[in-house]
Design a protein around this ligand. Structure first.
Ligand code: NAD
Ligand SMILES: OC[C@@H](O)C(O)[C@H](O)CO
Length: 300
């Protein structure tokens, strides 16, 4: 608080130099040309090509496996699929190995809430794959408990997995990218629930965890662009996945479809175009933002 007649402007001026001088590589200091390995060549401008290796959290989930396939189809050299329960996707991962025999695809049991597990999995990903260039955070949990009844445990678990888990993985990957000295891309999976309140199901914990991811992506983009790391979000609408297929959700599905101008849920595959745009050379100037992929579900 400005005291003794000191006005707000002089207080800010007094504090700013300390803040900006604290990081030698502050993104605010000067305009920077793109790193050498990001400069487009004549033959590779705006190609939807994926370079390097990706870590996918929640890698045994429906949207994550669709993303894994798309990343490999677009050229990713290797993948590390992290999930608290990787065995649940054993058959799908076997199919990926068979379809892409020339790529390295590894799975690891990683709980995104556990820093020690993340650190050890990063180390093995860097060793086995050679580098870590892309992170896609899909690990997430949802509950439909009325807020007035919700136990603190459910609130904490939702935020721990969806928000803190995404942060911990992003931080570990950013440290690895900084050590490598190579550019990279990080994508969080938010949701239309980050932008509006779902109807008819109550999802206060989920919705608030996803809204926080939008803010986190902006903050990290501001801090990590100086290392060549872009951070963005994807916000899917209702996708036709197990998450939205539980008992009691039939009426909810009808309601979601009736409120969607396209009259249907999204196919998991329909999220991959925007994801590839974000992580490939085509998206090299997309940073600190969110792409909503919902068939227009929020226009009404
Ligand atoms: N399906 C949709 O309509 C939809 C819409 C918007 C956003 N999303 C988001 O997309 C992401 C993926 O959704 P999905 O439909 O594929 O769900 P899913 O349940 O198939 O996948 C989520 C995966 O996360 C894993 N997971 C849960 N807790 C974990 C933890 N602590 N550590 C590591 N892994 C953990 C689960 O084992 C599961 O494999 C989620 O973050 C979800 O909130 C989904
Ligand atoms: O808002 C779309 C989704 O995030 C949805 O809330 C989720 O699939 C749980 O029903």
């Amino acid at each position: 608080m400005a005291g003794d007649g000191e006005d707000r402007a002089s207080l800010v001026n007094r504090q700013l130099p300390e803040m900006t001088l604290s990081t030698a590589d502050s993104p605010l200091t000067k305009a920077r040309p793109p790193p050498e390995n990001l400069k487009p060549t004549e033959s590779a401008q705006y190609r939807f090509e994926v370079h390097g290796n990706a870590i996918i959290t929640g890698g045994a989930g429906t949207l994550a496996l669709e993303a894994a396939t798309a990343l490999l189809e677009h050229g990713a050299s290797g993948l590390a699929l992290w999930d608290v329960n990787p065995d649940s996707a054993f058959e799908s991962i076997k199919k990926l190995h068979a379809r892409f025999p020339d790529r390295r695809i590894m799975t690891e049991a990683v709980d995104v809430r556990d820093e020690a597990q993340i650190a050890s999995a990063i180390e093995s990903a860097a060793k086995v794959l050679g580098s870590v260039d892309i992170l896609c955070c899909f690990a997430g949990v949802v509950g439909c408990t009325h807020a007035i009844e919700m136990k603190a445990d459910e609130w904490r678990r939702t935020h721990d997995v969806n928000l803190t888990g995404s942060f911990l993985c992003a931080q570990a990957v950013a440290r690895q990218m900084r050590a490598q000295g190579t550019p990279g891309s990080i994508t969080f999976t938010a949701s239309i629930s980050a932008h509006h309140t779902n109807y008819p199901q109550p999802q206060a914990a989920y919705n608030s965890s996803k809204t926080a991811l939008l803010s986190l992506a902006k903050s990290l983009a501001a801090e990590w662009s100086s290392y060549g790391i872009r951070v963005n979000c994807l916000s899917p609408g209702y996708m036709d996945t197990i998450l939205n297929d539980g008992p009691g959700l039939e009426r909810a599905r009808d309601s979601w479809n009736s409120r969607n101008p396209m009259g249907r849920m999204g196919h998991p595959w329909e999220l991959t175009g925007p994801l590839i745009t974000l992580v490939s050379n085509a998206g090299r100037y997309i940073n600190g933002t969110d792409i909503i992929v919902d068939g227009g579900a929020m226009v009404f």
